[in-house]
Design a protein around this ligand. Structure first.
Ligand SMILES: C[S@@+](CC[C@H](N)C(=O)[O-])C[C@H]1O[C@@H](n2cnc3c(N)ncnc32)[C@H](O)[C@@H]1O
Length: 373
């Protein structure tokens, strides 16, 4: 039988039992700057593990054989292409499209900070307590370990600018939780490519003059919307005060700190991306109500979230969202959750909104739903 056709339960269990090797190896190649070393000025030159190590200058004890073991695993998961010399003497690695998305682009962005952010020490410590979310949902596994919710924990730790810019030794990674700053890099790295695709296909911001981005984080999404829609005279980025404090100042954008559970600044449209998943149903009801109150009659709420499939299947989109759902349950809110389209729409309708348009799918991860007051 072809290897690709083997599908025994034992193999499936062996794969599942060791699956943690995959994200940890991904972390390793990011920390070791492997992706940026292979992807030089837009060239994707295959390199051997030894060539990669000598280019990143990690010191005399670095082990090329161990790096190659990591590269081989990630080749199997589609991050690298493996090139084997005709005589079988050596292996070299180039980036696949997945690998390229993890290499830093000309704007200093990539998906790599998102990967790092999901594997910081503080996050990793909570993972063994997933079962506690079932046994005792009254507090998050993250809270059981750290004594406070993730967002308030993020806000407490010092900025580690040096770490973010790669100017500290590799051994420093994860020791100092530079959480808010890494969160902002992670959000921009994921959201900027998404927003490019979204703005290419979606025209729902036409005629808007004041746009509020609820949970706007670094302000990058709002900046991109406003640079496409000149009709937007005022952009308000609304986020937690400690996030607003650290966010870069962007001309034309007012940064407002606050709590979406208390109130939302007024505008004639509200954009809310990747917020509801970390909220309980009761919190979502409050957020929809606060958005409703902040809008004039006819005002529009544009919700952009990953939506759960109605059926759990093994396609990549379903898996990516189902996996993120357990991340939310463990790290952010035990009863925060991803929702199906129907569940999300019901929350909006209950707050008094009516549905505006059919859903708009951008990239098989995020879906856009429009609600009108
Ligand atoms: C997953 S991030 C999404 C960021 C951004 N909308 C994007 O898609 O790139 C969630 C954002 O919600 C913010 N947030 C969390 N709780 C909040 C609250 N109670 N009030 C306002 N913002 C909040 C976080 O600080 C964070 O910036």
């Amino acid at each position: 039988m072809e290897r690709s056709q083997i599908n025994s339960p034992i193999l499936a269990i062996m794969e599942l039992a060791n699956l943690v090797s995959v994200p940890m190896s991904l972390n390793a190649v990011i920390k070791l700057k492997v992706l940026d070393t292979i992807w030089q000025d837009g060239f994707n030159n295959p390199l051997s593990a030894a060539e990669i190590l000598s280019a990143v200058a990690v010191g005399p004890h670095a082990d090329a054989e161990n790096l190659q073991r990591i590269l081989r695993l990630l080749t199997s998961y589609g991050v690298f292409n493996e090139h084997i010399a005709g005589d079988g003497s050596g292996r070299r690695y180039s980036l696949t499209e997945v690998g390229k998305a993890l290499a830093t682009d000309e704007n200093g962005l990539s998906y790599a900070p998102y990967v790092l952010q999901h594997h910081q020490d503080a996050i990793m410590l909570a993972w063994p307590l997933v079962h506690e979310a079932v046994l005792d949902p009254s507090s998050e596994p993250f809270v059981k370990v750290h004594g406070e919710l993730a967002y308030s924990y993020y806000g407490k730790y010092p900025e580690m600018n040096l770490l973010m810019h790669g100017e500290l030794p590799y051994s420093y990674y994860g020791k100092y939780p530079e959480m808010n700053l890494l969160m902002q890099k992670a959000m921009s790295g994921v959201s900027v490519p998404f927003m490019k695709a979204f703005l290419d296909g979606y025209d729902g911001f036409q005629g808007v003059e004041t746009l509020v981005d609820v949970g706007g984080n670094s302000g990058e999404c709002l900046r991109m919307i406003m640079s496409k829609y000149q009709s937007i005279k005022k952009g308000v980025k609304f986020d937690l005060p400690e996030v607003v404090e650290k966010a870069p100042k962007i001309p034309g954008i007012e940064h407002v700190g606050g709590d979406v559970l208390k109130s939302v600044p007024p505008g004639d449209a509200i954009f809310m991306k990747w917020i509801l998943v970390a909220c309980t149903d009761d919190e979502c009801k409050q957020i929809f109500k606060n958005c409703f109150d902040a809008l004039p009659p006819g005002g529009k709420l544009i919700v952009c979230d990953p939506l759960l499939p109605d059926r759990a299947d093994d396609n990549r989109s379903s898996r990516a969202i189902l996996e993120a759902d357990i991340y939310i349950m463990t790290m952010y809110r035990t009863k925060g959750k991803h929702r199906t389209e129907t569940e999300c729409r019901e929350l909006g309708l209950a707050a008094g909104f009516h549905n505006l348009k059919p859903k708009f799918n951008v990239d098989h991860y995020f879906t856009v739903l429009e609600f009108q007051k």
